[in-house]
Design a protein around this ligand. Structure first.
Ligand code: GUE
Length: 297
């Protein structure tokens, strides 16, 4: 049996239309327009494409989009000044500082300078702490998107064994916290784990977020498991071309898994849609209005 392919692109389109409806309702009832500000330091071409996509989708949802571009050699104080201005700007409900930042900038300092209520990436330590203790937080977009797709496919996640590959602050740890909150039994495995393959093979839910191209092969996967591929790796495809692959060897795993999210077209589009959802949620929260249903967890 071939795995069901989890269509993140279609799911994200549906989520964006619910965000757009929520934005329209907020405008209609309260004259409010949610705004998302993106700060980009440096000229990395991949980051530029990504930031442009976010800006376009923000406008398509009826929200305001603000962009701040700084040269790669911008001083940390310059970035902190922009963050302070955005924190104080009532038209801005969400702030995203594109990572990675240049090496001379302390990324932790910049992230923690963002008003936690506007931290639509959910990277601020106070949001990480709220999530870890099971309280209302801004939830990081990638794990949030993964959880939405898992709930859509599986319904209740209670009692399922979820294995998360990777322990980053932006995906692995918040993903594990969300799954624990859903009453999964959660195992985190990583580069130093002994017997990683056998542990992964126990998973009902396998989330791969390591950034190692096609590391997860069919023999790592329990038949029928739901596999979410967070990896976005650009690899050499010969003749001067590149190709996008995930952390999961798609062809081999799709013969074993019950369901599998592809790369591209899986988690990536959901990440951006969740960023828009978080911006709308942040706007509703800051104005003390009821949050639109189904956009946050
Ligand atoms: N503060 C911050 N927050 C982020 O969320 C953040 C960041 N910095 N820095 C960079 C990474 C990367 N990221 C992606 C999101 C969507 C796709 C995406 O939609 N990818 C498409 C493919 C795009 C292509 O073809 O290149 C897909 O998977 O289908 C990719 C990458 C968010 N990031």
């Amino acid at each position: 049996m071939a795995a069901e392919i989890i269509d993140g692109k279609a799911f994200a389109a549906g989520l964006r239309s619910r965000v757009a409806a929520g934005v329209a309702a907020l405008k209609e009832a309260h004259g409010l327009v949610p705004g998302l500000a993106v700060v980009l330091v440096g000229e990395d071409p991949a980051s530029q494409v990504y930031v442009r996509n976010k800006g376009r989708q923000t406008l398509e949802c009826g929200m305001q989009s603000f962009e701040h571009r700084l040269p790669a050699d911008a001083a940390e104080t310059e970035i902190l000044d922009i963050v302070a201005r955005l924190n104080a700007d009532p038209q801005v409900h969400g702030i995203l500082v594109q990572l990675p930042l240049p090496a001379h900038v302390d990324a932790g300092k910049v992230i923690n300078a963002i008003d936690p209520a506007k931290d639509v990436d959910g990277f601020h330590i106070s949001n990480a702490g709220l999530l870890a203790t099971g309280q209302k937080a801004m939830v990081p977009c990638t794990p949030l998107g993964c959880l939405m797709m898992l709930r859509d496919r599986l319904g209740s996640l209670s009692g399922k064994h979820a294995v998360v590959i990777g322990r980053s602050n932006i995906v692995g740890k918040p993903m594990a916290a969300l799954l624990l909150r859903e009453s999964c039994t959660v195992t985190i495995v990583h580069s130093r784990t002994v017997g990683i393959e056998a542990l992964c093979r126990q998973a009902d839910i396998l989330v791969a977020a390591v950034g190692r191209p096609e590391m997860v092969t069919a023999d790592w996967v329990k038949p029928g498991a739901t596999v979410i591929d967070v990896g976005i790796n650009r690899i050499d495809a010969g003749e001067g071309r590149t190709r996008l692959v995930g952390d999961v060897a798609f062809a081999s795993v799709s013969a074993v898994a019950g369901a599998l999210s592809p790369v591209p077209g899986g988690v990536g589009p959901m990440t951006i849609a969740c960023l828009l959802a978080n911006t709308l949620t942040a706007c509703a929260r800051v104005h003390g209005l009821p949050e639109p249903e189904g956009l946050a967890v």
